[in-house]
Structure formats: structure tokens, C-alpha cells
Design a protein around this ligand. Structure first.
Ligand SMILES: Nc1ncnc2c1ncn2[C@@H]1O[C@H](COP(=O)(O)OP(=O)(O)OP(=O)(O)O)[C@@H](O)[C@H]1O
Length: 324
């Protein structure tokens, strides 16, 4: 668990970068810091591993104040991933990934095993990459090494600052998906900064939307979209609203407004799971597929585009009534 209590940072130029910020990130949770440029996201992240010293307030990790932990000690237990992985050019890939376990004094056999496991999980085959150097790798491969390096010491906390921001869209999606698959089995506590709303909504259990050093709203993606705290929050997501709404709602949440039937045998209609998002269903239904079969326990429903869009409308109305 990471908690910030009234943390404030004012830089020498008297600029108030972070203004009395309080938040708690639960064990195993991914918290995304999102917001306007210069709102204090990176400063917040850097205060958590003592790269920047707050002027006021306190940060606790696992209920211990970080001011009581020497920075070098603290950082051994926190993985840090940046937009540019900053690999050591004269170290091989294997040595780069093994840096933290080495500092932690692991046995060389254990370091090698850990490094090789991570390389394979992040699709960097050991035989091809272990002895290469950073300049011999693509940007996406270097970022995979950066992710492996951050996870190598098995930290319970990961801080990620625009970790996929330097990659082209296709590579970004691949690296992100591979990271999410790997992370799902380890369930680390993650605090991540991103400018990408789709990424924030896809990865964040909760999102902390910031402006001018303060939290404007902290909540689940659905809360921010369907129960915005104010006009700032509402308009912040407007440019991507439809995409985000469709991604955030799983089909099972709109089931009660869909035409249910008990006959499960519907030939030639592709099946989609009720845990998939409305976005996934609508992607199919706007690309030539007329109908889809959604399996829901013992029942099923055959739906077209209009069914889904109408049901989303009902869901939003009900959400506003119950959470508004
Ligand atoms: N070392 C510094 N000295 C002076 N001002 C700083 C320093 N670092 C950051 N700032 C200022 O503090 C504010 C917050 O910076 P920060 O990098 O935390 O914002 P951010 O939300 O991460 O921004 P972006 O999304 O643009 O990366 C900005 O106005 C920035 O100019």
C-alpha cells in the first residue's frame, strides 16, 4: 500500500507543482495519474521514490514513512519505468536486467534464472538477446528490457512514467499487452502516469485526474465517465468519450436491456463473451457482422448494433440515477 497525505511540492521558482495531495493506492491496485500538462504527475511519482523531496506532508509505503527509509534502500523495493528506458550501453541486456537482483545480493544462479524467465515472458528470447547491447535493439525491445529490469528484483511496487509513450501505436499495444499479461500473475501495486486516455482506462483500476497540482476526481473509470465531479472532468474526456464509454462497459452490465432468449443454438452467429466490452461487440457489428450471440449463463441473446447502443443508453441513465 502507498499513501500520500497532504503532500506538497513548491519548486525554487515558487511554482506550486503539487498542492496538498492525498491519496491511497491499495495493495495490488493500478492507479493511473492523468491530467493536464504540468499538473504535477511526474513530480508526484518522483516524490514516492525520494527523487524529489516534498516540502510538506508524508508518504507511507506499507504503513512506514518513506522519510525514515534511506533513498537507496527504498528504491531497491520499487521498480521504476520511464518513457526512455535509459539502459546502460556497456552492459549486455542480461546484465541490464540483472542490476537490481545483483544489488540485492542474490546468488548468480538465481539472478540468471530470474532474468531469463522475465526475458521469455516479455518475448525477448534469451538465445537471441541475452548477450546483445541496447543499441542493437529496437525501441520496443529496449522498453521490454526496461520493464524486465524494473520487475527483476520482484518489487511489490512499480512506478511507471509514460512507460509506453515513446513507442509507435502498434508496438505500444503489443508491449502493453505483454506487460499486462505478465503483471496479471504478479499483481503489483502500480502507480502510472500516462497522457493516453485509452491506456489509462484500460490499465487503471482507479484514475486520479489532476489539475494544477490538485486532485479533481479520483475514482473508477466508470465513475469518472458517468458520474463526473464537475465540468472540468466532463469536458476532459469529451474528445474520447464514445470510445471510452464503450470500452468501460462490459456486456454483462447491459444484459438486462438486451433481448434474452433460452435457445442457445444459433447457427452461423459468432459468439462473444458477456465479459467482453461493448466496444468489442460494436467493433464486430460495425465491420460487416450483422448479429452476435452473447452467452450469459443459461441464457443467451442475439443482438445487433441498435440493441447494444440502446442498452448503453439505458445503462448510462440508470448509472446517473444511482450514482449522481
Ligand atoms: N525541477 C523543477 N524546477 C522547477 N519547476 C519544475 C521542476 N520540475 C517540474 N517543475 C514544474 O512543476 C510543474 C509540474 O511538473 P510535472 O513534471 O510534475 O508535471 P506533469 O503533470 O508530469 O507534466 P507533463 O504531463 O507535461 O509531463 C510544471 O509546471 C513544471 O514546469
Amino acid at each position: 500500500m502507498v499513501s500520500l497525505s497532504q503532500v506538497t511540492k513548491r519548486f525554487e521558482n515558487d511554482h506550486l507543482a503539487v498542492d496538498s495531495l492525498s491519496l491511497t493506492v491499495k495493495e495490488g491496485e493500478t492507479m493511473v495519474l492523468l491530467g493536464t500538462s504540468g499538473c504535477g504527475k511526474t513530480t508526484t511519482l518522483r516524490m514516492i521514490n525520494r527523487l524529489i523531496q516534498p516540502d510538506a506532508g508524508e508518504i507511507h509505503i506499507h504503513n512506514k514513512p518513506i522519510s525514515a527509509i534511506p533513498p537507496a534502500e527504498l528504491r531497491k523495493g520499487i521498480g521504476y519505468v520511464m518513457q526512455q528506458p535509459g539502459l546502460f550501453p556497456h552492459y549486455t541486456i542480461e546484465q541490464n536486467i540483472g542490476i537490481v537482483p545483483t544489488l540485492l545480493g542474490w546468488k548468480s544462479k538465481d539472478i540468471q534464472q530470474r532474468v531469463h524467465t522475465l526475458m521469455n515472458q516479455l518475448h525477448l528470447p534469451v538465445a537471441n538477446y541475452a548477450h546483445k547491447y541496447a543499441h542493437e535493439l529496437s525501441g520496443g525491445q529496449q522498453q521490454r528490457v526496461g520493464l524486465a529490469r524494473a520487475m527483476a528484483g520482484n518489487p511489490s511496487i512499480l512506478l511507471m512514467d509514460e512507460p509506453f509513450g515513446a513507442l509507435d501505436p502498434a508496438t505500444r499495444l503489443h508491449v502493453r499487452n505483454d506487460f499486462m499479461e505478465l503483471e496479471a500473475s504478479t499483481k503489483k501495486t502500480i502507480i502510472m502516469v500516462t497522457h493516453d486516455m485509452e491506456e489509462a482506462f484500460c490499465m487503471g483500476n482507479r484514475i486520479c485526474l489532476m489539475h494544477e497540482g490538485k486532485i479533481v476526481q479520483l475514482g473508477t473509470p466508470a465513475e469518472l465517465l458517468f458520474a463526473p465531479a464537475n465540468d472540468f472532468v466532463r469536458s476532459f474526456f469529451d474528445s474520447h468519450r464514445t470510445l471510452l464509454e464503450w470500452q468501460v462497459i462490459p456486456l454483462k452490465n447491459i444484459e438486462k436491456w438486451l433481448p434474452l432468449q433460452t435457445d442457445n443454438e444459433q447457427d452461423n452467429i459468432p459468439v462473444i463473451s458477456s465479459s467482453d466490452s461493448c466496444w468489442k461487440a460494436l467493433e464486430w457489428l460495425t465491420q460487416g457482422q450483422e448479429k452476435l450471440l452473447i452467452k450469459t449463463g443459461n441464457n443467451c441473446c442475439v443482438v445487433d448494433k441498435t440493441h447494444i447502443i440502446d442498452a448503453i443508453h439505458h445503462f448510462k441513465t440508470e448509472y446517473k440515477t444511482t450514482h449522481g
